[in-house]
Design a protein around this ligand. Sequence first.
Ligand code: ADP
Length: 447
Amino acid sequence: MFNKVLVANRGEIAVRIIRTLKEMGITAVSVYSEVDRDSLHVKLADESYCIGPASASRSYLNIPGLVSVAEVTGADAIHPGYGFLAEDTHFAEVCESSGIKFIGPTSETISMMGDKVRARELMVESGVPVVPGDEDGLENIEIAQKKAKEIGYPVIIKAVAGGGGKGMRIVKSPDMLKNAIQVASSEAKAAFENGKVYMEKYLEKPRHVEFQILADEHGNIIHLGERDCSIQRRHQKVIEESPSPALTADQREEMGKTAIKAARAADYTNAGTVEFLLDSNDNYYFIEMNTRIQVEHPVTEFVTGIDLIREQIRIAAGEKLNCTQQDIEFKGAALECRINAEDPDNKFRPSPGRIDNLIIPGGPGVRFDSGIYPGYNISPYYDSMVAKLIVWDLDRESALNKMKRALEELKITGIITNINFHQTILNNDSFRKGEFYTDFIEEHLNY
Ligand code: ADP
């Protein structure tokens, strides 16, 4: 097992990882930018090092800086968290060649899955269903028109290197196609330095159902069930839950097997997520694989009782999975609300600033993952998600009631948050009945 691990991240996920490292008796090294000096992840780590100014490109994305800290401190491994360098092939390669274990899959797998077109091709070859689509020749509008007609409108244009819902455009009719390709491509170029786009059939009223995978370095792969992440705003997740209210036990078993097949095809190791869209006829299609720990991993931890960060570290250290698929039991229902410093009444504009007071909800089955505390200053430089509120109970209805109660207890003053926005969703009848799709927020809420 590792003696020392460097956490190449900040905020709630850095805190989350440090907690498990401490429980495992591993020394936790944290890094921070100049504006993050007073962050909780710095306070909780055993050792902390400043790696540059506020701008992420000069701190949390500074590969030579991170690797130097790992080398100087004698860290055996780096945990990248999510975002920043978590899915950066070059970073994983540099770690591999420097003899520092990257806690995640190999750079080769990251590279393959990070190219959504290659990932789609691999899935087709392996017999995993993908959304009907096409990836070639879109730069020629005549060819693109012909392909869109074959696939059938509406179609969606997506970035090959996409993530976070960026570089996506829905096209309802042929006259909108040219513009959509151009806009998606320039958005993708700005966000990912890669303007390549591809086309998929746009599924109407799908659910986003993703499977958590664990794969060790000895060929064993299991799945830990699904998360329903259909409650989204601009293709970004807002509330996630497990189990999905839409799946039967048989469907779970079948989709879980397909997710394992997808992971095997990618030579996958460590924790990963296979994302599917489920249509109204119960057909499901692979859309992408995320090669890292996900924001929403705690709902899976609640229903399975497995610490996913601990499993990631154990796998990276070369240990075998300590359970088989048959050992995995799903118990109760869990929900997660992403708490963001943003103003829902003002187009969800970010609302950084100083937190005056913070009251954290508690009680059985309530978990609050965050990096904030009273007096903490939320800087405008990073993502607006400041906390995650996760609850568990024996069934979905009890979990919904618990989440409502916990959101009521949660008080964050000094900044504007989306707490009331979550309450609005939780009070919605369709949501409560489990009848919702990825267009839920657009369709039901006045935001
Ligand atoms: P990203 O990597 O940017 O998150 P994904 O491919 O994971 O992109 O898709 C994010 C979300 O966008 C999905 O959960 C879904 O809501 C929507 N989406 C993506 N592809 C399609 C599609 N073919 N049809 C309908 N919705 C889609």
